[in-house]
Design a protein around this ligand. Structure first.
Ligand SMILES: Cc1ncc(COP(=O)(O)O)c(C=O)c1O
Length: 391
């Protein structure tokens, strides 16, 4: 069911739409024009105090993110992949463990499981929401438990394109089979489930500050959100060679996984405009929905969930022809993902018998349209008119 707020939206297709080309798929330059003086001031402050590693901006951002989301604690790290890895390390996930992940996601979700020494078990996704299908999750968990060779240890739901996964159903399955839940919220900062922000929905949430994310930095960065201070302290230790709080003595194996102070300074500025940008993303998604709903079947949102709108994606039968038409008309679009993970060379050894039909079908039909807070209504009309003309 569509839950996007459609108030204040002009839904009429305007034949006379002004062409404001070029339209960008993601426009970081427009955002930078808005915040550049603040970013420069923040970066200058870092150069003034000179603590390029673990400067005061790290604790400031950790606190700001915890305050924003309501999470108990937040630990910054080098990128979103590390966030997943540290969370698994902290839980002792390793050889002999099965970790259930959706097949329709970015490679990082699967790579992190393999780097932990565990076995990824691919789960199909729901055709309407693109997120992990709880029915298939339960089938896959039962199979692992029945075979008795691996311990059913963890599930990593991914909030694809910004929409929180079906946590109510996944929580229920996890509780019945004793699975730990680590949310992969790399794409969904700003999403909500039943009034809770991503970061405060699952016991552990990994997010990414890759520049194109809803909250990004100017390089790599990531964070893990926790409902437990104890877990967060373990991750703080892991990111600094397993040291104790003095950072002098190693008490466990760890790595160098710190986020740079300069990147934290950038995120602090972007966080100050985040809610305004999120509101703009919601407006754009609502306008897309309103303009396209008569022409194509739109994806559903899970009940109680609202997206952070990192991407606006649709499913088209004749995707490649339509995409070419858009390209010829200077409308950018992207395919996430060309192949589900279980069909990629790197992960095909873990492909389940019989495949994963929904993920395979989506990879042939999915298309993401331009999505960033600085798109104008006229540009959205232009994208939709061109798309509808191509159908
Ligand atoms: C679903 C998902 N998980 C994990 C990651 C990894 O994040 P990073 O690129 O910061 O390592 C990404 C990044 O695109 C992602 O989309």
């Amino acid at each position: 069911m569509l839950t996007t707020d459609k108030t204040r939206i002009d839904v009429s297709l305007k034949g006379e739409v002004k062409k404001e080309t070029p339209i960008s798929f993601i426009d970081l330059k427009a955002q930078q024009r808005r915040i550049r003086p603040q970013v420069e001031a923040r970066l200058a402050a870092v150069m003034d105090h000179g603590q390029y590693i673990h400067g005061p901006e790290i604790a400031e951002l950790e606190k700001a993110l915890a305050d924003f989301t309501g999470a108990k604690d937040v630990v910054l790290c080098g990128n979103g992949t590390e966030a997943l890895e540290f969370a698994m390390m902290g839980e002792g996930i390793g050889p002999g463990d099965a970790v259930f992940i959706p097949a329709f996601t970015y490679a990082a979700t699967a790579s992190a499981v393999i780097m932990a020494g565990a076995r990824p078990v691919f789960v199909d996704v729901d055709a309407a929401t693109f997120n992990m299908d709880p029915l298939d999750l339960e089938i896959k968990v039962k199979t692992v438990v029945g075979e008795g060779r691996l311990r059913a240890a963890m599930v990593i739901p991914v909030d694809l394109f910004g929409l929180p996964a079906n946590y109510p159903a996944i929580n229920d399955i996890a509780a019945r089979y004793g699975l730990k839940i680590l949310a992969d919220g790399a794409q969904s900062f700003g999403g909500r489930q039943d009034g809770k922000w991503v970061g405060n929905i699952a016991p552990m949430t990994a997010i990414s500050f890759f520049p194109a994310k809803t909250l990004g930095c100017y390089g790599d960065g990531g964070a893990i959100f926790s409902q437990s201070k104890e877990r967060a302290e373990i991750w703080r230790s892991i990111r600094w060679h397993g040291t104790d709080p003095s950072h002098k003595i190693s008490i466990r194996a760890g790595t160098n996984g710190r986020m740079d102070t300069m990147q934290a300074a950038v995120v602090l500025v972007k966080l100050s405009i985040f809610e305004d940008e999120l509101e703009k993303r919601r407006h754009i998604a609502g306008l897309y929905d309103a303009l396209l709903k008569e022409a194509i079947d739109l994806p559903e949102r899970c009940a109680g969930a609202s997206s952070g709108w990192s991407l606006y994606s649709i499913v088209l039968d004749d995707r490649d022809r339509i995409r070419q038409f858009l390209t010829d008309e200077n409308i950018p679009s992207t395919i996430y993902y060309q192949q589900p993970l279980h069909q990629m060379e790197a992960f095909s050894a873990f492909s389940p018998q019989g495949g994963l039909p929904v993920s395979e079908d989506l990879s042939r039909r999915i298309l993401s349209l331009p999505m960033h807070p600085y798109l104008t209504d006229d540009q959205i009309h232009q994208v939709c008119e061109t798309l509808i003309a191509a159908l």
